[in-house]
Design a protein around this ligand. Structure first.
Ligand code: GLU
Length: 490
């Protein structure tokens, strides 16, 4: 049997971590079995579906870098893959259930249903859903009412007095009393459009879907889906409801915890590889002791039997760690390319200086969005710091002026091209200054660092000096010296 599975989002919102995780697990499972992964657009909710969200989905997956084998954009043997273009299939299916007496016409007005709800609320009856009033209308009468143009919906005739059983790959056998299932839900709405339940089941059947891996929040719908399959006399796909993704407080991951939409992660400067790597680990186990995988490696070791039952906790810090790791695998040129959109206020285009700056910060960041503030001093003169900012520990203003004067040649030196030689030269010179001034080498660096970078904590000083060049570096030192000297005259 060839495995066929699908990601079936409703385009009613931005793509978020939970959805991506579902899509990714389906993809990895299909790839691990030589199967096909399908994208199906479930846009039955006409009011909430929006083409902008369809576009967001395409953009998101383009960015993430994994794709379906069949879908609305690329077609396939089971076209069309967008439910709003498949109405005829659902109408035919609803007719089939009507003919089999597994569904019935319902003529109840929205007003009647609203009154029913209010009445129940007032009497605290605890009952919800449809009261099955039209279930007893004789078939012929119902048909003639339809013929005469009376508005109707088609409802599923849930078999009463029995239970429905299905097997979930992860959760095992599940049994629901039919009385506890949504009472005779609508399959076809009065405008001829299907509800989610009908469209979902009909499409999984018509598209030969063998496995449904979906979020656990759909589990309460599954007994109903099982009844629909049974009513048609169709085999059910294998179900596997995936554990929820939670925040660190054990509540469903939401905006309160941090970014959830992929757009937001992207804006914050996460790399797609890092996001995919981390997401694929949410609730699944692969090889012992291995954290970093390519998509191909994930696919090779994905095992549906190694999914966790317990909810997965989304750890933003761990994701940051992954992101930092992936950032460090980039060459300076690649990183510059990725960083450019985040540095628009600072640089207009890629340059040797910009690429050089990447080498200085690569080891020190976990998000691309951290880059502009870290490298700004290389492109714009940093604002002059307060005199006390320049002071090494235990040094006063006079000593700081002396150290910066002595350190000036470090700024104006012409450094060897070779990194190691430059490093050795820099260290040697700094040690000389430290010996003359009777301080530690770090005390020589501090005022110089603040003069050059504008901050006490910065990317490596030598790298910064070399990138800035003698002229600019010296000018900054001179400027700082003037400030400090002016302060000592006060
Ligand atoms: N359209 C549903 C959703 O938005 C799909 C549920 C399923 O995968 O069956 O998630």
């Amino acid at each position: 049997m060839k495995i066929r599975n699908r990601y079936a989002p409703s385009p009613t919102g931005l793509q978020h971590i939970g959805g991506i995780r579902t899509a990714l697990f389906n993809y990895l499972f299909a790839k691990s079995q030589g199967g096909a992964f399908i994208l199906r657009m479930e846009d039955t909710d006409r009011a909430r579906s929006d083409p902008a969200f369809v576009q967001n989905l395409f953009d998101t997956f383009q960015w993430l870098g994994f794709h379906w084998d069949e879908g609305p954009d690329i077609g396939g043997l089971y076209e069309p893959y967008t439910q709003s273009q498949r109405t005829a299939f659902y109408q035919k299916a609803a007719q089939e259930l009507l003919d089999k007496d597994k569904a019935y016409y319902c003529f109840c007005s929205a007003e009647r249903l609203e009154n029913l709800r209010k009445e129940r609320e007032a009497t605290h009856s605890g009952e919800t859903g449809y009261d099955r009033l039209c279930r007893n209308i004789p078939k012929d009468l119902a048909k003639s009412r339809v013929k005469s143009g009376e508005p109707y919906v088609v409802r599923l005739k849930i078999p009463l007095g029995q239970s429905t059983r299905f097997h979930d790959h992860l959760l095992g056998d599940i049994e629901w009393k039919n009385e506890d299932v949504n009472p005779d839900p609508v399959l076809l709405k009065s405008d001829g459009f299907p509800t989610y339940h009908l469209a979902n089941v009909v499409d999984d059947h018509l598209m030969d879907i063998t496995h449904v891996l979906r979020a656990q929040e759909w589990l309460p719908s599954t007994p109903l889906h099982a009844i629909i399959y049974e009513s048609f006399g169709w085999n059910m796909p294998q179900f596997c409801h995936l554990p929820m993704v939670m925040g660190s407080d054990g509540k469903k991951l939401s905006k309160r915890h941090g970014a959830t939409s992929i757009d937001e992660f992207r804006r914050q400067g996460y790399l797609p590889e890092a996001l995919l790597n981390y997401t694929a680990l949410l609730g699944a186990s692969y090889e012992e002791g291995k954290d970093i995988y390519t998509l191909e490696e994930f696919a090779a070791s994905f095992n549906i039997d190694k999914l966790n039952k317990a909810p997965a906790v989304f750890d933003y810090k761990k994701l940051d760690w992954f992101n930092g790791l992936y950032i460090r695998t980039k060459t300076n040129e690649e990183l510059a390319e990725l960083a450019l959109p985040y540095c628009k206020g600072l640089v207009k285009e890629n340059s040797t200086l910009f690429i050089g700056a990447m080498a200085l910060i690569k080891e020190r960041i976990s998000l691309l969005s951290e880059i502009p503030s870290k490298i700004a001093y290389l492109f714009e003169e940093p604002p002059l710091s307060e005199p006390s900012e320049f002071f090494p520990k235990k040094a006063d203003l006079a000593k700081t002026v002396e150290l910066l004067e002595l350190g000036k040649p470090l700024a104006s030196a012409s450094y060897p091209k070779n990194d190691e030689e430059a490093e050795a030269f820099f260290k040697e010179e700094a040690e000389k200054v430290a010996a003359v001034a009777g301080v530690k080498i770090g005390d020589v660096m501090m005022p110089l660092r603040v003069a050059i970078t504008g901050a006490r904590v910065s990317p490596p000083l030598l790298g910064s000096l070399r990138l800035l060049g003698q002229e600019k570096a010296l000018a900054r030192v001179e400027k700082s010296l003037s400030l400090l000297k002016a302060a000592s005259c006060r």
